[in-house]
Design a protein around this ligand. Structure first.
Ligand SMILES: NC(=O)c1ccc[n+]([C@@H]2O[C@H](COP(=O)([O-])OP(=O)(O)OC[C@H]3O[C@@H](n4cnc5c(N)ncnc54)[C@H](O)[C@@H]3O)[C@@H](O)[C@H]2O)c1
Length: 308
């Protein structure tokens, strides 16, 4: 592949992508502001170049794109709960930042830009519905709205400037190196440190879970099968209620009780992506068993709690 630039490469999914790229011998440059979710430690032991910078700085992104064959754009503010308290901060990074990445890609003549988006742009999936790649956006929280707006910019640059850009949307990832405030790490910490897991509301919302290593493999497949204008979905096809996942986490942590707390505003009942066409196009399917993947994830996050 040559040299791959990964924005947000020090984050949860980005560091899994970087690991997968390095494992197959690709040269990697990470561009990351080391904000929420991003840590140098996530890249420990990996041979790569780390550029610390902000995606809103078009000149810095241009410089980071020098000599690059492809860019995976993952950098974002990604925590829904934080977006409720700082919607405009999220719009600044996720929308203006994506505009700067697009402008830089155009300026340097980047050969391939693969943008990372989310199932949340569609809003709540009615029972039995999994959204297709062209379905209408109905984002239900400021994070989701900022990602939907970023998608609009992607297609505007593709249409107006013929930019070689494609996009992947995925469902909820789980695994090591996720920020401590996200759901599963947070439930592990509560179980380990407080002996009780408190969930938002009754825990009935369902999420479709995908191991981060499987997501990384899907992103590499999308890069290898890059087609300008392509949109791919990566799904776990493994929907579970938040309560069921919290109970599984609590059981793995020694059987802490699970209690209901206040509901979180802006929470959608379910997210779901139809990924049948992408699995066929990319020759990709997740291979991690949820029970095993969750057990390994809980061990990793419990060890991080012990280190703090
Ligand atoms: N985690 C999921 O389940 C999930 C699901 C679907 C889509 N996504 C998308 O995948 C991408 C990565 O998500 P994640 O879960 O790894 O998030 P994360 O918060 O762990 O990582 C985001 C990374 O972006 C960096 N970053 C933030 N603002 C920046 C800025 N202004 N300039 C440069 N870098 C900046 C952070 O430092 C961090 O390393 C995001 O685009 C997110 O919207 C995530």
């Amino acid at each position: 592949m040559g040299l791959v630039l990964v924005t947000g490469g020090a984050g949860f999914i980005g560091s899994a992508v970087v690991r997968a790229l390095r494992a197959r011998g690709d040269a990697v440059r990470v561009f990351d502001a080391l904000r929420t979710g991003g840590e140098r430690a996530h890249l420990a032991g990996l041979e790569l170049e780390l550029v610390v910078g902000d995606i809103r700085d078009e000149g810095a992104v241009c410089a980071a794109m020098d000599g690059v064959d492809a860019c995976l754009h993952l950098a974002a503010e990604s925590h829904v709960s934080r977006s409720l308290g700082d919607p405009r901060g999220f719009i600044g990074v996720n929308v203006d930042g994506t505009a700067a990445v697009l402008a830089a890609a155009r300026r340097v003549g980047l050969p391939r830009l693969l943008h990372m988006s989310t199932d949340e742009v569609f809003g709540a999936a009615p029972p039995g519905v999994a959204f297709g790649v062209g379905d209408r956006h109905r984002p239900g929280n400021p994070y989701a709205a900022s990602k939907a707006a970023a998608e609009a910019l992607i297609w505007a640059w593709r249409h107006s400037f013929d930019l070689p850009v494609a996009m992947v949307r995925t469902t909820n990832n789980y695994g090591p190196r996720q920020h401590a405030e996200k759901a599963i790490p947070c439930w592990v910490r509560m179980a380990v440190e407080q002996g009780v897991v408190v969930i938002h509301g009754d825990g009935s919302p369902t999420r479709d879970w995908l191991a981060v290593e499987d997501c990384a493999a899907g992103l590499l497949a999308a890069l290898d099968h890059f087609e300008p204008g392509a949109v791919d979905h990566l799904a776990g096809r493994d929907p579970r209620s938040n309560r069921a996942v919290a109970e599984a986490v609590a059981a793995l942590c020694g059987g802490a009780p699970v209690r209901c707390g206040p509901a979180r505003p802006g929470q959608d009942a379910a997210y779901a992506l139809d990924d049948r066409a992408s699995r066929a196009r990319l020759g990709w399917a997740p291979c991690t068993n949820f029970a095993e993947g969750l057990a390994a994830t809980v061990v990793w996050h419990a060890a991080r709690c012990a280190r703090r």
